[in-house]
Design a protein around this ligand. Sequence first.
Ligand SMILES: C[S@@+](CC[C@H](N)C(=O)[O-])C[C@H]1O[C@@H](n2cnc3c(N)ncnc32)[C@H](O)[C@@H]1O
Length: 448
Amino acid sequence: MPAELPSRDDLQLVRRVLEGLPGVGGAQVLLIADGSEAAVSALVSDGRPPPEPSIPTSPPARLGAGGAHVVPGCLAAMDRAAVMAIAHTLHTVGSFCDVVEEGVEEGAEKAADALGAVPRHRWIVRRWLAALASENLPVPPSRPELARAMRDLDAARQELGYPAGMGRFFQAALRSLPRLVRDEITLQSLLFAGGGTSTAQGNYRDNLISRHLNRAAAEAVAARAPARVLEIGAGVGATTEAVLAAVGEVDYLFTDVSAFFLDAARERFARHPGLRYACLDINAPMALDERPFDVVLAANVLHNARHAGRTLAAIRELLAPGGALVLIESCVEHHLVSASMHFLMSPRADALLPGFADVRQGQDRVFLDRAEWTRQLAAAGYRDVRVEPAPDDPLAAAGQYVFTAARGERHPDPAPLLSKAAEALPPHLAPREIHTVDALITDRSHRP
Ligand SMILES: C[S@@+](CC[C@H](N)C(=O)[O-])C[C@H]1O[C@@H](n2cnc3c(N)ncnc32)[C@H](O)[C@@H]1O
């Protein structure tokens, strides 16, 4: 029987204790996983105004040379096909009219019931209804319309350079929506069909958008001429490959939360002597013995953080003075993603902790937007934040960005706070970690 989690009141008590300690202006307290147990984590600020954000000295580069003008049209066709498939799925269980007549809120529960959606995937059904509303689809598509949308999706997939395996994956996911929401099949079984990673590589490497973003991230890493790099959530190694090609000889710690990806990478990068491998979970204490690193790279992984600000602050502590974080993140929830990859983001049925504990809490979304990441980086103690591509670059239609941010220096050692908090609190509430940050983001109202 798992131990009970600390209550809201318990966490308030920890916050009050921390805010009573000398030098603490404000505190934010949350739960993280420490092995199979929940542990208390805290962010504290000294209450001084945060440093002025620094203005980048040069404008963001246009990343999208070489055919990126097709990106907006292709993505629109792919999203349209996803909405058609969602509408068709709801129609087959008799729920399409509920949605159109009753709106997103009321229709969502009925649709999830009609589909037999398991609790952990019901947020995805709510997203689907919002997608339908935003696309203004008054009647379900006919079979020929759906078939045409699927052909358009495949044409767009080809134009963006995704391999045929990705086409099969998208079609399989869109055809399997009812079985996916019921947990009768998993998205992993479609994405890693036969136990291989080639389809996933198509999603993160072998396409026009990822090629531009991985190259930009690799250039940002190489520009720092790092001796030591830590990659977090390195997965199928799509960004790793671009970075290794750009940096030459380097001490490179390839990490992921999943042993499956670490094993695949050991085989794939066997000819790279500088690579070492380790398991690292961004939602657990991240104190690595072998820090500091000149660059930390995190491509398409930080949206898995339970609390983005806490994970960014923990990463900052792994950086050497003058070190930098290079981040690739999706900042727009495309409909096709809501009908495919988002199934990877539902909480596990046996999850120790409830979902997101930051600005995304209770909002049926996974991604922070561009402005939210910029704000989170500044609050967590990073300086000189750069974001690419620029909004007027056609590549920006993908809603994926490369963020580069330097480690700020204004952060006292939290060790004395840890010991004082431990003296004042019962052992199960004593923070397992405290991160000092420039500012706390406590509101959920922030919208650009
Ligand atoms: C979308 S994939 C990105 C893969 C790779 N970075 C790329 O872009 O080619 C996300 C990766 O993050 C990893 N991941 C998910 N949750 C994580 C966590 N809590 N800590 C560390 N890695 C995590 C997954 O195992 C997966 O490999």
